[in-house]
Design a protein around this ligand. Structure first.
Ligand code: ATP
Ligand code: MG
Length: 634
């Protein structure tokens, strides 16, 4: 099985590099903007140097590691039946106009004007280029399924390039694109997606990384149509929510919440906490300001977020709604994907203030009441916001919400009394899932907020969600016909009828994976490379490089190691032992072999694992050292 592939095979001979013949500029100084271990260590150990914000030189050690990551990616993609190719990084801007990504990609898209004044883009990914290519070469259903990939430089003008190679403006990615006639069944998108899931699991396992595959926001075609592969790491940017009982893991954007207990009186039912009172709240732009001003906790606020439906005309005709008002508790965050799914629309975006104001919404001061009596507005209420009686406190729920006019809020809001329409009359008691049935469908109750630590698991009873952090190194995605529809990529089916090609896309951040490996594997002295992606497996430290016999022994040993498939770096520098050992730890190769006087006398070398920081190393006879290294590296 490919995930058990040995790191070392004698079928491929290793290479030797001499330290003084290459460039490994180790330094004690960390970059001033460095916040995370991989940035500090890759710089200090002489792997990378900054060229500009989010732009780096990959020095020889880094390049070797990157090549090893890339090779593992390549082998697993090839084994999964994909073919490698290469597309240009420079792309005519018209392609991005066809998919509207010239607008939707926003400022992250690098725009380049050429000498003729034409606009081009530096590719952030290649959906447009490959879809355009396929339009010329993919005609019959017989050519599919097809999966093409490349390993190439990508450009994104990130708002905040940071953390060294983790978030760059120029980085290396493997991106694959698959093409299908169907979603399900043999040759369908689902089958390739599953193969890519397995290939990605193999890739990150072979790289020696501890990772979690998490459900991610799935976009237009719904279901579990997207997974992110996260390297488990406390310094990671992404929060992963997990249920330990069922193994369910999802990122915050996607994570479902298990059933929250229904309020004992049902949704919305219960007496007011007091008479409705209007409060003048000038100069309070955010929820926190209002809370401070009114001396209430955010969990007593109702936060109303207005979305505009961005659906196809067919969807609009079907559902009618143009706006969705999503209401959550003030200390919760609205989850856009969940709003989209509960409303059953294919797309939405935050309402632009001008349009919303014209429709009668006092943006910044909107309450749930604003949805009532307006045509084309759907009101969605999160379960934690849809209550009037607080079972935990044993009394009426005290709510503050917007006053529906500038600079005003109201307190003692009560759903039944103040909404302007009794929610109970519409059958809004809610079913077990919290959905609202009934004839009047202007409002729904459901799960529309981001999950939090401690929320009930959606997959196991009596289990709560816990949070861990991770670094996203891979992302697989069922695209459906998003790009083929936008760009007109069709095929003729067996009845000669034209159909849109169904696509998937699959990315691995090659340079980010290398940095994530360092992020997960380091100590106070430096990097601790997983053997499979270390630039070299063994460092031979020569204590007296000026002694020809010592250098000859080192080179002889290196040759034998190479023959066994082991890559070797020989430290021949005329430096003090302390400097060499410090650098050895910093650079982080898995095995250090030291050749000194004592070892030479006894025809042996000192063998030391990088990860054994306490041990002094053991003397191993010269004749046995290659085998010992081979067995250790696996
Ligand atoms: P993020 O959420 O971290 O910005 P993304 O979801 O936009 O990433 P994708 O479009 O899914 O990224 O790209 C595929 C892979 O490329 C990611 O999983 C990640 O490993 C890598 N990647 C994305 N952006 C960067 C970047 N700025 N620097 C380095 N690697 C990146
Ligand atoms: Mg992603």
């Amino acid at each position: 099985m490919s995930d058990q592939k040995p790191v070392i095979t004698s079928q491929k001979s290793g290479v030797t590099q001499i330290w003084s013949k290459t460039i490994i500029p180790t330094t004690r100084e960390a970059p001033t903007d460095a916040e995370v271990p991989s940035h500090i260590l890759l710089h200090r150990a002489g792997y990378i140097r900054p060229v500009g914000a989010g732009i780096y030189d990959y020095l020889p050690l880094a390049w070797r590691s990157l090549q090893k990551v890339a090779q593992i990616v390549r082998e697993e993609m090839d084994a999964a039946g994909a073919s490698e190719m290469l597309m240009p990084a420079l792309e005519p801007f018209e392609l991005f106009k066809e998919t509207k990504r010239d607008e939707t990609y926003g400022d992250n898209l690098f725009r380049v004007k050429d000498r003729k004044g034409r606009m081009n883009a530096l590719a952030p990914t290649h959906e447009e280029v490959i879809t355009d290519l396929m339009k010329g070469v993919l005609t019959s259903y017989k050519q599919m399924p097809l999966n093409l990939y490349q390993i190439q430089t990508k450009f994104r003008d990130e708002a905040r390039p940071r953390a060294g190679l983790l978030r760059c403006r120029e980085f290396i990615m493997k991106d694959a694109y698959s093409f299908h006639t169907t979603v399900d069944g043999p040759g369908g998108l689902g089958e390739t997606y599953d193969k890519m899931f397995a290939a990605y699991s193999n890739i990150f396992r072979r790289c020696g990384l501890s990772f979690t595959a998490v459900e991610a926001e799935s976009g237009p075609i719904g279901g579990s149509a997207s997974h992110e592969f996260m390297v488990n790491c406390e310094s990671g940017e992404d929060t992963v929510l997990k249920c330990e009982k069922s193994g369910y893991a999802a990122n915050v954007e996607k994570c479902e919440i298990g059933l929250r207990p229904l309020p004992s009186k049902g949704y919305f039912a219960g007496d007011p906490s007091g008479p409705l009172e209007e409060v003048h709240t000038p100069d309070c732009p955010g929820i926190e300001d209002v809370c401070k001003f009114m001396k209430v906790k955010p969990q007593h606020m109702l936060k109303s977020v207005l979305f505009k439906v961005e659906s196809s005309p067919a969807d609009l005709a079907k559902f009618g709604e143009e706006y969705i008002l999503a209401v959550v508790r003030g200390d919760h965050d609205v989850n856009e994907g969940k709003v989209r799914d509960l409303a059953e629309v294919s797309g939405l975006k935050l309402a632009d203030p001008a349009g919303a104001i014209a429709k009668g919404f006092a943006i910044g001061f909107v309450s749930p009441r604003a949805a009532v009596g307006k045509k084309g507005v759907l009101l969605l209420v999160d379960r934690d916001a849809a209550i009037s009686f607080d079972d935990v406190a044993g009394k009426s729920k005290f709510w503050v919400t917007g006053g529906d006019k500038k600079d005003f809020h109201v307190k003692h809001f009560n759903w039944q009394r103040d909404l302007g329409k009794d929610p109970l009359a519409s059958g809004a008691q809610g079913d077990a899932k919290g959905g609202v049935s009934g004839t009047d469908e202007y409002m729904h109750v459901g799960d529309i907020r981001n999950a939090l630590v401690g929320d009930p698991s959606p997959r196991a009873e009596d289990s709560k969600l816990i949070a861990t952090r991770g670094i996203e190194v891979g992302h697989i995605f069922k695209l459906g016909t998003k790009y083929s529809d936008a760009m007109g990529l069709t095929f003729l089916d067996d009845k000669q009828a034209k159909q849109s090609v169904i696509m998937g896309c699959y990315g691995v951040g090659v340079s980010r994976t290398m940095a994530a490996a360092v992020e997960q594997n380091n100590d106070k002295d430096g990097i601790l490379w997983p053997a499979a992606i270390a630039p070299y497996h063994v460092l031979i430290t020569v204590m007296k490089p000026e002694d020809a016999a010592h250098m000859a022994a080192a080179k002889g040993l290196a040759t034998s190691l190479n023959a066994a498939g082991i890559d070797v770096l020989v430290d021949d520098r005329d430096e003090r032992a302390g400097v060499k050992f410090k650098d050895a730890d910093l650079v982080g190769l898995p095995i250090r072999l030291t050749i000194g006087d004592k070892a030479m006398e006894q025809q042996s070398v000192e063998f030391k694992l990088r990860k054994d920081t306490a041990g002094k190393g053991e003397l191993v006879p010269m004749g046995a050292v290659v085998e010992k290294c081979r067995v250790t590296l696996g």
